[in-house]
Design a binder for this molecule. Sequence first.
Ligand code: FE
Ligand code: CA
Length: 534
Amino acid sequence: MLTHGPIQSALRHEGGLTRRLFLAQAAAIAALPAFAAARPGPVGRPAFDTDPFRLGVASGDPSEDGMVLWTRLCPRPLEPDHGMPQEAVAVRWEIAENESMSRGVRRGTTLATPQLAHSVHVEVTGLRPGRTYWYRFHAGGATSPVGRTRTLPPRESLPAKLRFAFASCQHLEHGHFTAYRHMAAQDPDFVVHLGDYIYEGPGKEGQVRRHTGPEKGRLQTLRDYRIRHSQYRSDPDLQAMHARCPWWVTWDDHEFDNNYANTVPDNKDTDPATFLIRRAAAYQAYYEAMPLRSSCIPAGPDLRLYRGMAFGRLAEFQILDTRQYRTDQPNGDGPKPLNAAALDPANSLLGREQRNWLDSRLIASQGRWNVIAQQVMMGMVARVPKADGAERTYSMDQWPGAAHERMALARFWQDRRVPNPVVLTGDIHSNWVNDLRVDDRIGDSPVVATEFVGTSISSGGKGGLAEAELGKLQAENPCVRFFSRERGYVLCTVTPEQWRSDYLAAEDVTQPNGPVVLRRSFVVESGKAGAIKA
Ligand code: FE
Ligand code: CA
């Protein structure tokens, strides 16, 4: 493994991280572990002594005429070299109209290279819109499982129905991914993952399962992050869900580092150069592990993940990245009053470029429903005060930490008459339904959007309904319609007239194969923001 010593000393020599030096080094950081380690020469044709497709297959980011098909040659997921030679390997792929693969429509060969951990990202084109397809890969005499995927409906059509699931926060040590087994049986059109796909902490004793990797401290190197992704993707329920339908993924903090803000670490003692090199490693491992398009290939510590898509004219989705470009949390990360520091217009979770992109996407949208898929809670929810008369506090890691930007977004949706804004959120390991106003503290102002916060797949372990807590939260906050601390996911059924969110609850993720039940359902009628209990 190469070290980044020269980069670090150069950065120190310049007296810190200047933009010029940062840009000069960014490409080098990405290239270092990759090209220097690769042996030139012919393409390898390894005869695998164990299945190279142990991480399964996946598809993602569908368009009207294609999608990304993903796999990774990884015969030994938890070993440092993953059981692969330091050379490129030819991988054949095929996509067909039927599950037995007899009616093939496209095929090709691509190279899995050690620079990208022998991951394969095939961007298929030329397929028909709104159709289901099946795909598989071949390498070194081995054949992958067959995955199923689907193109988006025609851009100008108005589909009668969309059914999709969204999920977040799957701490492997805290529980089983039971929710995905239930989700697979529901057969959604696609999955939206809102982040905390992996967690970066060390292995701990006494958990349901145990992280491999560093015994102490968080993941640091590209190798660390790759092995962690391999461990998570070895989970059979997660793997099966990826093979079932396309996914739209975005990240939150734990794919890299808890509560980070752009280049600002959680641990303020961290050397900034070390932190950026680590960010490059985390981002590269994320790209390698996910069915993402080549537009998401990282350049050093930068990876553009925010993007949009249209499900015909029924719904447009804007998928955001509220980590990479945000300003540091004001007042520290914890619950704090909405004071001048929190309301400072300079605070941002989106950064100027992403904010402009989002506004222009929403202005141009033809969607009946306008979905903002993102990470942290938008509802400006005051915590239950510890004592009578205590000052109200809000999470500074969530949108209240950028309260000015948060209120400007909602005002934009209201002023521009953006049709039916619906916000999807993860991060906090609890379910919430919130009616969003421009300023949620003013209960008699109009509701402009509806927020569905989905709980964790497993993070937090066995949860509960927390009905008493819901009552206290509602007494303080006019926006809160539902809250629970159960594990699970949310299934959404969208028609031109109505949005329905079903909250599915896994009863005990600390036990394998536990039951999943429908806990609550809420609907939103088109043209009328705010959730109605179904
Ligand atoms: Fe989380
Ligand atoms: Ca998080």
